[in-house]
Design a protein around this ligand. Structure first.
Ligand code: PMP
Length: 394
């Protein structure tokens, strides 16, 4: 039992209370078997059912085509950065017998970190653009138009993959759609980090090579990463031998992160945290019951609109550093024009039970994360607070 929270933290984030209530029961006694879901073998019938159910429910929710596989690996977004780089390099070598750089579209700190990790691992990679370079203040907060970077993109004839982060959680920058040069390009595999906006809006999975998402925002607890991969990429990775890797100076992928191995073992090559996956599946079922991603998307649009409208109403009081055309519907970033009021804002918000609003330590200011579990009603409370605080302190 708990009072419905209004917690706007960026992650780990608030989850639906009904999901947690069910999970709490199942942690102690799962389906009346006399044991909790975390106490049974990851190869038992019950565990396998959790894995298969989670995959099936996600497939329905995201309309995942049959030529895609879903799998889960221990870790988070950061483990994704490393494993995507080495697996995609192997896939390219497996398919073409040579290496080409991975291309990175850098729009915030998470895509930047993904690029840095590929580099650290000596996987050839190239920044196609860094949005800071197009910003007058040299800060993240915009996405340059495709016409501004297409020349740079075309400089390379081949890419082993092109990587981007659909929603930059720290900076509140979200791609509204896939860039045309990728969406309509059969020669480029798109690799996308959806850690903070998966299941928040409808997307066309068939356009992507791989989708990666850490669980702890929209879909569950920390500890698992979800992947959706085109099956042909799995085959290409398998074709790449360790000699091929040596010849191309690409590091081998640790076995627990080697995608074909994980998929062949239905995500249980090693011990999958089955409780964590069960929570994810409960979130999927909850969303299905609610009406699916389309319904959630409409709600998310409404929530984002409530907050941005409240903030835009007081342009002399609040500052919104992100350009309108790429404002995130998940992480609303803002600062107060008068920083002396920062502490007061946080204090009064906390008294009103509106928590988790402090901005990321690298950017400061405030950030309201309004993931799927936050109701329109909760967001409305924050929007009213934002409006009232400006009126009272202007
Ligand atoms: N990508 C995105 C978009 C994120 O928001 C985060 C974490 N907030 C990460 C990657 C890194 O995730 P983790 O801390 O689970 O490694």
């Amino acid at each position: 039992e708990r009072e419905e929270p209004t917690h706007f933290g960026a992650g780990p984030a608030q989850l639906p209370t009904v999901v947690l209530q069910q999970a709490a029961k199942d942690l102690i006694n799962y389906n009346n078997i006399g044991l909790g879901i975390g106490e049974i073998s990851h190869r038992s019938k019950d565990a396998i059912k959790v894995i298969d159910d989670a995959k099936a429910h996600l497939k329905t929710l995201m309309n995942i085509p049959d030529d895609y596989e879903t799998f889960f690996i221990q870790g988070g977004g950061t483990t994704g950065f490393s494993s995507l780089a080495t697996n995609m390099a192997a896939a390219y070598i497996g398919k073409h017998g040579r290496m080409a750089p991975g291309g990175y579209l850098v729009t915030g700190s998470w895509s930047q970190k993904a690029y840095e990790e590929a580099n650290r691992l000596h996987v050839p990679s190239k920044v196609i653009f860094n949005s800071k370079d197009y910003d007058s203040n040299k800060k993240f907060g915009s996405i340059p138009k495709e016409s501004q970077w297409i020349e740079e993109f075309n400089k390379n004839k081949e890419y082993s993959y092109v990587y981007f982060c659909e929603n930059e959680t720290v900076h509140g920058v979200e791609w509204q759609e896939l860039p045309e040069c990728l969406a309509s390009n059969p020669n480029v595999e798109i690799v996308a980090d959806l850690s903070s906006d998966i299941l928040s809006r409808e997307i066309d999975v068939s356009k992507y090579g791989i989708i990666m998402a850490g669980a702890q925002k929209n879909i569950g607890l920390a500890g698992l990463t979800l992947y959706i991969i085109k099956k042909s990429i799995l085959k290409d990775i398998e074709k790449c031998t360790s000699n091929d890797l040596l010849e191309n100076n690409i590091p081998a992928t640790p076995i627990a992160f080697h995608y074909p191995t994980v998929v062949k073992n239905n995500s249980a090559y090693n011990t999958i945290p089955i409780f964590t996956l069960h929570v994810m599946d409960l979130v999927f079922k909850h969303l299905l019951k609610k009406g699916g991603v389309k319904v959630q998307e409409q709600e998310n649009n409404e929530k984002a609109q409530l907050l941005y409208t409240a903030l835009d109403k007081h342009p002399d009081f609040y500052n919104l550093p992100v350009q309108k055309d790429c404002r995130s519907k998940m992480n609303v970033v803002f600062t107060l024009k008068n920083n002396d009021l920062d502490e007061k804002f946080l204090k009064e918000a906390t008294i009103a039970k509106l928590t988790g609003l402090k901005g990321h330590r690298s950017v400061g200011g405030f950030r309201a994360s309004i993931y799927n579990a936050l109701s329109v009603e909760s967001v409305k409370k924050l929007a009213d607070f934002i409006d009232d605080f400006a009126k009272e302190n202007s």
